[in-house]
Design a binder for this molecule. Structure first.
Ligand code: EPU
Length: 344
């Protein structure tokens, strides 16, 4: 079935808690429903759980949202189990199901808000894991032709918070299902320092469900709950700079955290720089920087998208002045113009 909602209220559909409307929202239940909407020649934006987007105002573009649910076991042989999840499955429900089924691979990604389709667009990551580590393939519908297309993991072009699905020329592909390979053998991934420290005091190596609970506790201690304080997680990505820039910054700021990035560059901590620039806990109007994690911008209640953007711009400008590094939003900012290129 297809539901077409004109002037759709968005307040309950974005974790930032921005009160806006969309010109039209279309929800569909199946791959066939989605195919029947093609060809979509007008611009559209596909949304998921609304946990990584910011509406700058009312949205003049058509929004699409999946209601393709379900998790199927495709293959179960030896140590590995291949599962296929619908794009609308709430990501943390999927992680909860995997852990309860004693399947490892996604436990460090516990409690990340959002839906499974967006997880595959964004290559969500936390505590030393990224969803690309378990993705096998991604099924899509081409909204220009109505044809289905499967992307292998390699074709998805995954990198840090990056995939081909974020490219403007690839927006025509809407993800319907994500196929992932989970493991019956569990080895805790303790590569994230604070996780390792927490588990060092345990008498036994953590079990799969221990890991899920430890990660949930850690997230709750660092990140605001959107149910009580509107936010979209990290507002910016951690910038990746070349080695010379990293060395210059290290000489000037010896305590600056730096990490090796996949492509030979150096990843810097945006949160650390924002805190040093004096923004941690600072509020302007109804929006501000979270007082426990400077990478998160929060809505203290009643903020407009423009107020959030004003805080983000001021943060970018101050970090640039102090460190010479330009921060890029991780959150997809959806402008209100019909022709703006918006993202998933
Ligand atoms: N830091 C500060 N001040 C702050 C925040 C961080 O000094 O206010 C320093 C920390 O002390 C640490 C470093 O910055 O040395 C990194 O901080 P943290 O481990 O908290 O992680 P992050 O880089 O700020 C990233 C992800 C998070 C993910 C965590 C844990 C991005 C954009 N963010 O944050 O993901 O949960 O690592 O793996 O990569 C998200 O994407 O929405 C998200 C929450």
């Amino acid at each position: 079935m297809i539901a077409n909602i004109p002037h759709a209220p968005l307040l309950g559909r974005n974790t930032f808690g921005i009160d806006a409307t969309a010109r039209e929202l279309i929800e569909y239940d199946s791959v066939d429903d989605l195919r029947s909407l093609a060809p979509m020649r007008e611009p559209f934006i596909h949304i998921g759980g609304g946990s990584n987007l910011l509406f700058a105002g009312d949205c003049g573009t058509t929004l699409l949202h999946s209601r393709i649910f379900g998790v199927d076991v495709i293959d179960d042989r030896g140590d590995y189990v291949t599962v296929r999840a619908g794009a609308a499955v709430v990501w943390d429900d999927f992680v909860g199901w995997a852990v309860a089924s004693r399947l490892a691979g996604v436990e460090n990604l516990s409690l990340i808000p959002g839906e499974t389709g967006s997880a595959a667009v964004q290559n969500i990551g936390a505590y030393g894991s990224e969803v690309k580590d378990v993705i096998d393939s991604v099924d899509t519908v081409d909204m220009l032709t109505g044809e289905t297309r499967r992307f292998t993991k390699e074709e998805c072009g995954y990198g840090y918070r990056r995939s081909v699905f974020k490219r403007s020329d690839m927006k025509r592909y809407v993800i319907t299902h994500v196929t992932m390979r989970l493991s019956r053998r569990f080895t805790p991934n303790l590569s994230y320092g604070a996780l390792r420290e927490l588990t060092e005091s345990m008498t036994m190596s953590p079990s799969l469900s221990d890991m899920r609970h430890i990660v949930i506790r850690m997230r709750r201690s660092k990140l605001p709950d959107p149910a009580t304080l509107g936010n979209a997680g990290s507002f910016f990505t951690n910038p990746i700079v070349d080695r010379d820039t990293a060395a210059r910054l290290k000489a000037e700021y010896p305590s600056m955290p730096q990490y090796a990035a996949d492509d030979g560059g150096v990843k810097l901590s945006a949160g650390w720089m924002i805190e040093r620039a004096g923004w941690k806990g600072r509020t302007v109007g109804h929006a501000g920087v979270y007082d426990r994690q400077a990478l998160v911008i929060v809505n203290h209640g009643g903020a407009t998208g423009d107020e959030v953007i004003a805080v983000a711009r001021a943060v970018i400008s101050d970090v640039e002045k102090m460190f010479g590094v330009t921060l890029t939003p991780e959150v997809n900012i959806i402008m209100n113009s019909r022709t703006s290129s918006c993202s998933n």
